[in-house]
Ligand binder design. Structure first.
Ligand code: C2O
Ligand code: CU
Length: 503
């Protein structure tokens, strides 16, 4: 039923009578009203960098490490807006989001996920190369009051991954409530590099999303976009970062919005990692579009910034072509937002003194990845995003997701080229479980430098087709499928998901 409005994504003007200047003043007053009420187990209120009341300290998730990870998902509440408190979900007592899990490549980990909700959930380890029956997709349901305990070896490279609910039809709602968390995998190759890695000091996890509130201050669980930016669940977030190279591990955990990231002074920053780990060498950029589900590790050089100065990380989301998620002109309605089609702040940065172990130089090389090419391919297939226009949900190859239907069969150890084709209505963020892939072509032109690393999620523009190559090794099952889907959770919940067996 949500799909009725899908066509509103910039193709037709719909909803949204508000004009952008009133939208922006609403955003400001709402944000100010939320100040000082961030809760979340972090320091409250702003510190330094100008007006002390304007910002809230960025919440940094606590970490869990070792080989046994006990997670507990429960309902919570968080004071986000003035007045009524907002119902949320969090892991391990957090009132939004959850702890960051630090894992080591090669370890066999035991996960215990206790569902303390009054509804079912699942917990998916996004980006992990693990057996299908441990991966936490829609089939690994965790009934209310029960605990799910998969165990698997960490085979992925060092990088930034995440966990989140994946219950069919419920992913958007449970993720919107705040259920999710980061996973950082470490390995010896990454550890040998001179990179910032002091968590919460010069190595900062940053999950970006936005929320819309009803009159009762509860989250809107259905619309495509929020009106208020939440960075790690913090409204109007600020952080103090040392005057040196700092690493930001950026995750877009939105429903639909893309963040076209950059800094207020347009400084150059460097992509050092994509979804599946480090890239071979840093990629300099001034703008980085991050689609839903994607992760990028970036380095920003603050070594020449005066202590006490400040800058903003911003989303430069104005003026994009039709199909840019969050570029729609309207400020309200299912596909409108107070944050649409404009530049807005995602993180206020106050520069503090350098630390004793400051990284002051950019490594010239980072990794020695050898990527799959077209020449390696043993089988090719095409997956079509079927786009029937208004009133019909997006599907793959004309069929909405059915848990009982296997859509693709892949041979164990096949090196496959998948070509995903899109229609004209909107862009999508395609994600596949089990593998990390190499993008080998975009029908619209060159593959940007920042997409040259290992990926598990890729944007597909309007009328575009994208091809990637992946090897489906290690894990075969005649019964347990892996998912592929659009990571825009409203599209996924409506059926833009399929499943494949590896045999
Ligand atoms: Cu982030 Cu199928 O998921
Ligand atoms: Cu989509």
């Amino acid at each position: 039923m949500l799909a009725a409005g899908v066509f509103c994504n910039g193709v037709l003007a719909c909803g949204g009578e508000g004009n952008s200047s009133s939208a922006s003043s609403n955003a400001n007053s709402g944000g100010n009203g939320g100040a000082g009420a961030s809760g979340g187990g972090s320091a409250s209120g702003g510190t330094g960098g100008g007006s002390a009341s304007e910002y809230n300290a960025l919440w940094i998730p606590p970490t869990l490490s070792g080989k046994t990870f006990n997670l507990e998902l429960a309902k919570s509440t968080k004071q986000l807006m003035p007045g009524a408190i907002t119902t949320t979900m969090g892991f391990n007592g957090e009132n939004f989001w959850g702890p960051t899990l630090i894992m080591k490549k090669g370890d066999i980990v035991q996960m215990n996920v206790a569902n303390k909700l009054t509804e079912e959930t699942t917990t998916h380890w996004h980006g992990f190369h693990i057996p299908a029956n441990t991966d936490g997709g829609p089939h690994q349901m965790i009934a209310a009051g029960t605990t799910w305990s998969p165990s698997f070896e960490i085979k992925n490279q060092a990088g930034t991954y995440w966990y989140h609910p994946h219950l069919h039809h419920m992913t958007q709602a449970q993720l919107t409530y705040g259920a999710g968390g980061f996973i950082i995998i470490q390995d010896p190759e990454e550890a040998a590099l001179a990179l910032p890695r002091t968590y919460g000091v010069d190595d900062i996890p940053l999950v970006l999303s936005s929320r819309r509130f009803g009159a009762d201050n509860q989250f809107n669980l259905k619309d495509a976009y929020g009106d208020y930016m939440l960075s790690n669940g913090t409204m109007k977030a600020e952080v103090s970062l040392p005057a040196q190279f700092v690493r930001l591990r950026v995750l877009n955990a939105e429903t639909e919005r893309t963040y076209n990231l950059g800094f207020s002074d347009n400084r150059t920053f460097y992509v050092i990692g994509t979804d599946g780990g480090l890239v071979n060498k840093p990629v300099p950029l001034t703008r980085l579009p991050v689609f839903v589900g994607e992760r990028y590790e970036i380095l920003v050089d603050l070594s020449a910034d005066a202590v006490g100065s400040s800058l903003d990380m911003q989303a430069f989301n104005g003026g994009h072509p039709l199909g840019f998620p969050g570029g729609e002109p309207q400020s309200s309605g299912q596909f409108g937002s107070l944050l649409n089609n404009k530049t807005f702040d995602v993180l206020h940065i106050n520069v503090g003194a350098a630390t004793a172990n400051a990284i002051k130089a950019l490594p010239a090389t980072l990794a020695n990845n050898t990527y799959w090419t077209e020449a390696d391919v043993t089988n090719s297939r095409t997956v079509k995003i079927t786009d029937m226009g208004p009133g019909t949900p997006f599907t793959f190859d004309g069929k909405g997701y059915d848990m009982n239907v296997i859509n693709q069969n892949v041979g164990l150890n096949a090196i496959e080229k998948w070509t995903i084709t899109n229609g004209a209505t909107f862009s999508h963020s395609f994600h596949i479980h089990d593998v990390q892939f190499k993008i080998v072509s975009r029908s619209t032109g060159v593959i940007p430098e920042n997409e040259q690393g290992w990926k598990d999620t890729v944007s597909i523009g309007r009328n575009e087709s994208v091809s990637f190559v992946a090897k489906f090794d290690d894990f075969a099952s005649a019964t347990d499928p892996f998912m592929y889907h659009c990571h825009m959770t409203n599209h996924e919940d409506e059926g833009l998901m399929g499943q494949f067996l590896v045999q």
